[in-house]
Structures are given as C-alpha cells and as structure tokens.
Design a protein around this ligand. Structure first.
Ligand code: NAP
Ligand code: 8YV
Length: 314
C-alpha cells in the first residue's frame, strides 16, 4: 500500500496477506528498493502508478484501485506487463448520481447561497432574491455510462429533456445523441460531465464548448477535474459566457483555484460524489475482494477493460 487507505481495507488485507505500508516509512524509496521485488499485489489509493512504479515491483500481478475511475494508473502499461488492474464499478453508481442531481439542484436554486443568506441574518431585512429554474432546461450528459445513465434516470423524473455525447451512439437509450461535444453544448443549457479522466478527455470542456453552452448555461462536473479546462471555465464564469457551475472535481485536488473560491454564485464541493459511509465501505470491500479472489486463484472480480481477465491463474 503506497498511500493510506480506509481501515476496512487495511484490516481486510492484514487478515489475509502480509501488508506493507510504504507510506509509513520515512524513506519510501529505500523501503521500496528493499521490499519491491517481493510485492505481488498493490492496493491503490492516491498517487500515480505508472511504468516507473511498476519497474520497482517486478513480481507485481495485480493493482486493486479504490475508485471506479483509474486515470491515476497507467492501465495500458499494466496490461503490457501482464498486470491486472481492478476498479470499483457499480457499488458507487447510485451515490454519485444522487450527488450529481443534488449538485445540479443546489446550483440552479442557489441552495448554499440561500443558506448563507439566512445564517447572516439577511432574511430579516428582505427575502432572498429569486433564482433561476430547472423548468424547461435541457440537460446534456457527457459520458452516458453507468453513472451517466443513473443521472439520466433521476432527471427523467424532473421532466427535463436529456441528450448525450460519448465516443459512439448507444443503442437502446431514448436520449438524443450528439456526435460532437460542441454540438451537445449548443443543444442544451446544462452540461453534466460524468466522463473519465485521462489523456483522451483532458481539457475537452474548453472555451469553445463553454461558449456553445451559452449565457444561461450551467456546467456540473462529477467526472474528473482534468476533463475541464479550468482556466477557460474561470474566464467563462467571469465574463458571464456561462451562468454558473456546480463542481465536485478539480484539476489539481485538493487545491482549488482562488478565482473559483472567490465566486459566490457557483457551488463547490470537495470530491464527495461517493463519500458516504455506506458506499465507501462497499468500495473498500471490493478492493479487498479483488485481491482475495486473485490470490485464491479465482481471477479478479472487477478487472478494467485494458486488462481483461483471460483465465490465467494467480
Ligand atoms: P463508465 O460506465 O465507464 O462510463 C464512462 C462514460 O464516459 C462512457 O459512457 C463512455 O462512453 C464515456 N467516455 C469515455 N471516454 C470518452 C471520451 N473520450 N469522450 C466522450 N465520452 C467518453 O464509468 P462510470 O462508472 O459511469 O464512471 C464515470 C466516471 O465518473 C469515472 O471514470 C470517474 O472519473 C467519475 N467518478 C467520479 C466520482 C466522484 O466522486 N465525483 C465517483 C465515481 C466516479 P463511450 O464509450 O460511448 O465514449
Ligand atoms: C473516489 C471517484 O472518491 O470512484 C471514483 O472514480 O472519484 C471516487 O469514488 C475516489 O476514487 C477515492 O479517492
């Protein structure tokens, strides 16, 4: 384990394996040089795991990631070396979709601002100003995957029109498909980003997309901070090119640009999409289960697409 992880994971791994906590060592490099050649599994929390890390762990068989998004792991390189990467899909889908819809409503109806207004005693002087509305809005989802679909299902109940963009059109979904992100942004006034991070999506919500979203537009991002060009977003919010934003994820977490923090009209939360006790426990258990299953010779429970399970024994 290269970075600290929740007790459910450390206890589960301590029970079954010899767990080396590299993050506790004052000289992590020296420690890795000593134990690296014997390490067969990694439980991955924070921090990048690339070829340079894998070089230090020549017997590595599996990397079990805490999170469905695994952009911090070079999974292609892992696949090239025959190392399995696992993630935590499905167990967090509903939690993140709830947060996404909550963040959208909080942004549209200015819930944090209204809360601050009441606490400041301003209601005693006059009512809180009228907000914008979800009524008649069209929502465009970037990344209609597991979470994107769960968001769409919830939004159907709100009576809003839904469209989406992804690399390809999906059969059996009732929503309008836009082959380009700019095309989707033009067609909607809420852009809900639920796409994975990584080189392919880096900065894809850029100045052009934000211009297309327009002056009544709201960006909600619960996918990855890297998907948004944060400088372009700050400029678009400043110049009122778009109306507002609700953000759970940021380019350089946990650092959030001072310009965003200074904007009172947007809503910012600290990457809490999956952060309930219930869901984090389920994610943690899946990390443990993947490692247990692998080292019991049963294969990984939830391998990622780049490192599919082909039936090799551990
Ligand atoms: P998923 O089922 O794999 O869905 C990802 C979707 O993104 C797919 O529909 C895919 O559609 C689309 N996509 C992938 N690459 C794309 C590209 N280059 N351009 C456009 N669309 C692209 O994953 P999920 O379980 O829904 O999770 C999605 C992401 O949410 C995770 O990767 C993670 O980054 C984020 N997440 C955040 C939190 C949080 O706490 N805020 C929690 C969990 C997950 P196509 O294949 O058709 O392109
Ligand atoms: C976690 C996430 O907060 O699953 C993901 O991709 O972003 C979140 O569920 C994160 O992975 C843990 O740090």
């Amino acid at each position: 384990m290269l970075s600290p992880m929740m007790p459910l994971i450390t206890e589960g791994l301590d029970d079954a394996f010899t767990l080396h906590r590299a993050y506790e060592k004052p000289d992590r490099d020296a420690y890795l040089a000593e134990i690296g050649p014997r390490i067969r599994g990694l439980a991955a929390g924070h921090g990048r795991i690339d070829g340079a890390v894998m070089d230090r762990l020549p017997q590595l068989e599996i990397i079990a990631n805490f999170g469905v998004g695994y952009d911090s792991i070079d999974a292609v390189e892992a696949g090239r070396r025959g190392i399995i990467v696992t993630n935590t899909p499905d167990v967090l889908t509903d939690e993140v979709a709830d947060l996404a819809v909550g963040l959208l409503l909080a942004t549209v109806r200015e819930l944090p601002q209204a809360d601050r207004y009441l606490r400041a005693g301003k209601w005693l002087d006059k009512p809180y100003p009228l907000s914008t509305t979800l009524r008649s809005r069209k929502v465009g989802i970037l990344g209609l995957g597991r979470i994107g679909k769960a968001v769409a299902k919830r939004l159907e109940a709100f009576g809003v029109e839904i469209a989406y963009h992804g690399r390809s059109r999906q059969a059996d979904v009732p929503y309008a498909y836009h082959p380009t992100l700019v095309g989707l942004a033009k067609a909607v006034d809420v852009l809900m980003a639920v796409a994975p991070g990584g080189a392919e999506t880096k900065g894809m919500i850029n100045a052009e997309v934000l211009r297309a979203l327009g002056p009544t537009g709201i960006l909600v991002n619960v996918g990855r901070g890297s998907v948004v060009d944060e400088r372009a977003l700050i400029e678009a919010l400043r110049s009122k090119t778009i109306l507002s934003a609700g953000l759970d994820v940021f380019e350089d977490e946990p650092r959030v640009p001072a310009e965003l923090i200074a904007m009172d009209h947007i809503v910012l939360v600290p990457h809490v999409g999956s952060a309930s006790v219930h869901t984090r426990n389920a994610m943690g258990q899946l990390v443990v289960d993947n490692l247990l299953s692998w080292f019991a010779g049963k294969g990984p429970s939830t391998p990622v697409a780049e490192t599919p399970w082909t039936g090799r024994a551990a």
